[in-house]
Design a protein around this ligand. Structure first.
Ligand SMILES: NC(=O)C1=CN([C@@H]2O[C@H](COP(=O)(O)OP(=O)(O)OC[C@H]3O[C@@H](n4cnc5c(N)ncnc54)[C@H](OP(=O)(O)O)[C@@H]3O)[C@@H](O)[C@H]2O)C=CC1
Ligand SMILES: CC(C)CCC[C@@H](C)[C@H]1CC[C@H]2C3=C(CC[C@]12C)[C@@]1(C)CCC(=O)[C@@H](C)[C@@H]1CC3
Length: 360
């Protein structure tokens, strides 16, 4: 039986490009597309089968922002498969983005112009909304729904004698300054995207600590800047087309402008071919494209100087001396993990109450 791979957000952009690449590499795969929109999912499946007519591709209806949908989809996946070798947590949103053009022009003439272009740091804010579960939507979609999915799929991921990989599509826009342990949903801020992506980096660390002994390995990747529905939501496509020559020029200075979904999926695909035991839990794997258009994957250390958040978000005085930077990383990721477990408990209880309410 071929390996089983589940990809969330597989009907467009980087997720769909990854599916194409995986099927080109291994025709025996059992590929499952986790999508909320069945029409788009069917179109994606059709496109994959046109290029790989013998491939085994199935669809699972999954809205990662909805607790109920995640639980139902996980139940169906457990029913369909008896193993899960790769779980790609790729679905993501950046709703109502706003570009700070003043900061952009300021940054353009500063020494940090390249950094600004490759991370978008300080340029973007978003207006978040609530889900029907009462959670912040960006947090629920980019982080919490995926956390719940991992927890629900534990029996398929943790199999004695076998290893499996959980792979998060994070971002170079993940900034520690946007994240706060006291507000993991980012209710009080204007950078929920950045916060959720930073939280996914931390959560991946915690998952490794929790699950490595059971053969589950978690990694995070950065796809670079890619032209997809997500980026077309930031600037209209005609404007991206207009500035495309500038983007190609900038590729000479930053290899993070992967631009095409195929290139952005490079690190996701690269991880598929690695022995998970050899991966560095403290690394973030970057999809990079050189000025000449060659794709490659590069591990870069996740920032370890998290004492900034600690001092901002934990009670003063901080009980941790600065020279324990690695331990502090562990402390924050553990604290986030605990908070996610507590939230999971709350939402499960709420669902139970609602179910009881309906039946009585
Ligand atoms: N493009 C870029 O430059 C970068 C992207 N990323 C990350 O890459 C990932 C893929 O995004 P990208 O391909 O660019 O953008 P797309 O908008 O093309 O893809 C996002 C995918 O996520 C799905 N999705 C969104 N919300 C949900 C939900 N609630 N439940 C299930 N699926 C959902 C979308 O489905 P639907 O069609 O139904 O909306 C879509 O398939 C995201 O996590 C994004 O944050 C990271 C760094 C840079
Ligand atoms: C209109 C102006 C002439 C050009 C404005 C450019 C900005 C809109 C982009 C410059 C760097 C871009 C960027 C992202 C979004 C668009 C920019 C801010 C991201 C934040 C998109 C999502 C991600 O996850 C990041 C990796 C991107 C980093 C760069």
């Amino acid at each position: 039986m071929g390996k089983v791979v589940l990809v969330t957000g597989a009907n467009s952009g980087i997720g769909l490009a990854l599916c194409e690449r995986l099927l080109s590499h291994d025709a025996q795969l059992q590929l499952c597309l986790g999508c909320r929109n069945m029409q788009r999912a069917e179109a994606a499946k059709h496109a994959l089968l046109v290029s790989h007519p013998k491939a085994q591709v199935s669809i699972i209806q999954l809205d990662v922002s909805s607790v109920h949908s995640v639980l139902r989809a996980a139940q169906e996946i457990r029913h369909r498969y008896n193993r899960l070798d790769y779980l790609y947590l790729n679905a993501g949103i950046m709703p109502n983005p706003h570009v700070d053009y003043k900061a952009f022009y300021k940054g353009l003439f500063s020494g940090r112009a390249i950094h600004m272009f490759s991370t978008g740091e300080g340029l973007l804010t978003q207006k978040d909304t609530l889900t029907s579960d009462g959670l912040q939507k960006v947090f629920a979609t980019n982080l919490f729904g995926h956390f719940l999915l991992v927890r629900e799929l534990e029996p398929l991921l943790c199999r004695p004698g076998c290893s499996s990989q959980v792979i998060w599509t994070s971002s170079s826009n993940a900034q520690r300054s946007a994240f706060c342990l006291d507000d993991i949903q980012h209710k009080g801020g204007v950078e929920p995207y950045s916060s959720s992506k930073y939280a996914s980096d931390l959560l991946s660390l915690a998952l490794n600590r929790r699950y490595n002994s059971q053969g589950v390995y978690s990694s995070v990747i950065c796809p670079g800047l890619v032209m997809t529905n997500l980026t077309y939501g930031i600037l209209p496509s005609f404007l991206w087309t207009l500035i495309m020559p500038l983007m190609w020029l900038l590729r000479m200075f930053t290899n993070t402008f992967t631009l095409m979904p195929y290139n952005g999926a490079e690190a996701l695909f690269w991880l598929f071919m690695q022995k998970p035991e050899t991966l560095d839990p403290l690394a973030k794997y970057h999809s990079l494209t050189s000025g000449l258009g060659n794709n490659y994957t590069q591990p870069r250390k996740v920032s370890t100087d998290n004492y900034v958040i600690l001092t901002l978000c934990l009670q003063h005085p901080s009980p941790f001396p600065f020279h324990f930077k690695m331990d502090i990383d562990d402390t924050i990721s553990s604290a986030l993990y605990e908070k996610l477990l507590a939230l999971e408990h709350t939402v499960r209880m709420k669902l139970k109450d609602e179910d009881l309410g309906h039946t009585s």
